[in-house]
Design a protein around this ligand. Structure first.
Ligand SMILES: Nc1ncnc2c1ncn2[C@@H]1O[C@H](COP(=O)(O)OP(=O)(O)OP(=O)(O)O)[C@@H](O)[C@H]1O
Ligand SMILES: [Mg+2]
Length: 382
């Protein structure tokens, strides 16, 4: 056997090994993405692999290098691996974008397409500070921990607290006009906060909000998601209407505290579903009680709000809207949020983590056909 022949067999084995290496952001083999520039193997078994990064200064360069090195060094006959990074040309990037999402001229929102298998939940409340963002990140983390592919859109243009609660300060990478979302705890996350320098307050008007949200949904490369959660700003404003227009099949998840006043506004937030014809997935009551050292429950914000909202929404839309769970008030939940470690992961046995996991379970276990209730029709329900 000549040296050339054996080298080319080893080269083929190296290419096969490279096909097992996924791009950390696009989650597809680098061989399919046109990222392998060249492979050569010296007679002494030293492999030289050229890899194209999608953009210069790609934050994933180290991850890609180590993944390539690891995969190639396992190939028998390879004694050393040398990875050389290069950057794609504009043409290569255009080609990549085309192959990833077709040639559509208008941004297409994959979740709004007929046949989309992604369940989309809009987490809404009438009042601010009831725990929407905390609940969003914990549900997302709990679902991701179960192995689901989960994305979160921080649609609270004014608040944008989601990245901090998930513990990411990463910025999205741009490939052509596609945005690669950063990941934290297995959750893909996009927030307006990632596009504004520092903590600048952003003044957004209705049409800009709509456009920003459309971009989050269409231009972000989410891949195949099982669940997408949108953390909405409080109230019944523009964003709620925009989401309903952009993703008509999204379901509303209403968050309230047990307090009467909060329950009333939550009800109002829920009843916008009547106008937008969105489905109502259910109600989550947050800050339901605080467990005292002696095991008794202190109802800091009163009691019953969650059930009241669920009952009254049930009456309003004429179909059952369940109270999906009651999450107790636990200082640790806030601390975990502040440190970017959702409590469902940081302290899974705590009472609030258990309650949140149970809600996540209910939202993912239901078959899609029974998910919430489409309005303005009178379906037969068992
Ligand atoms: N069950 C809980 N126990 C303890 N603290 C909580 C709980 N739920 C939320 N918090 C805390 O309450 C504050 C408000 O929660 P969060 O930011 O999630 O609410 P929000 O509805 O998203 O608020 P906004 O309307 O401002 O976006 C945060 O500091 C959070 O850590
Ligand atoms: Mg919030």
């Amino acid at each position: 056997m000549s040296t050339t022949e054996s080298t080319s067999t080893v080269e083929q084995a190296v290419r096969a090994a490279l096909a097992t290496v996924d791009d950390p952001e696009i989650h597809k083999p680098i061989t399919d993405l046109g990222m392998v520039k060249g492979v050569s193997v010296a007679p002494d078994g030293r492999a030289h692999v050229g890899v194209y990064l999608t953009v210069a200064g790609c934050p994933m360069r180290e991850t890609i290098t180590s993944r390539v090195t690891e995969a190639v060094s396992k190939v028998s006959g390879i004694t050393a691996v040398e990875v050389e990074l290069d950057v794609m040309s504009d043409e290569q990037r255009t080609e990549l974008r085309r192959s990833l999402r077709g040639d559509a001229a208008e941004p297409v929102i994959p979740f709004a397409q007929p046949g989309s298998l992604t369940r989309v939940y809009c987490v809404a409340s009438g009042k601010g500070g009831v725990g929407k963002s905390s609940i969003t990140v914990n549900l997302a983390a709990a679902m991701a921990a179960k192995g689901l592919s989960v994305g979160v859109v921080d649609a609270d243009i004014y608040g944008h607290s989601v990245p901090r609660m998930l513990g990411t300060t990463d910025r999205p990478t741009k490939v052509e006009n596609m945005i690669m979302p950063p990941q934290a705890h297995g959750v893909k996350v996009i927030s307006i906060g990632m596009f504004t320098p520092g903590n600048d307050a952003v003044v957004w008007r209705g049409p800009m909000l709509h456009r920003a949200l459309q971009q989050f949904l269409a231009d972000v490369y989410w891949g195949d998601l099982d669940v997408l959660l949108l953390d909405l700003p409080p109230g019944t404003g523009d964003i709620a209407i925009s989401t309903a227009q952009l993703v008509p099949n999204a379901e509303l998840l209403v968050v309230t505290t047990p307090q009467t006043a909060a329950a009333e506004v939550a009800e109002r937030a829920g009843s916008i579903a009547l106008q937008t014809r969105q489905r109502l997935a259910g109600v989550v009551e947050n800050m339901s009680w605080m467990e005292m050292p002696d095991g008794t429950r202190m109802e800091v914000f009163g009691s019953g709000g969650g059930q009241v909202v669920a009952d009254s929404l049930t009456r309003a839309i004429g179909a059952p809207v369940p109270l999906l769970g009651q999450v107790p008030l636990e200082p640790q939940l806030r601390e975990c949020g502040d440190s970017g470690n959702p409590i469902v992961l940081a302290d899974p046995e705590s009472a609030s983590a258990q309650a949140l996991r149970a809600v996540a379970e209910k939202l993912t276990v239901r078959s899609r056909g029974l998910a919430g209730m489409s309005l303005n029709i009178s379906p037969v329900r068992k």
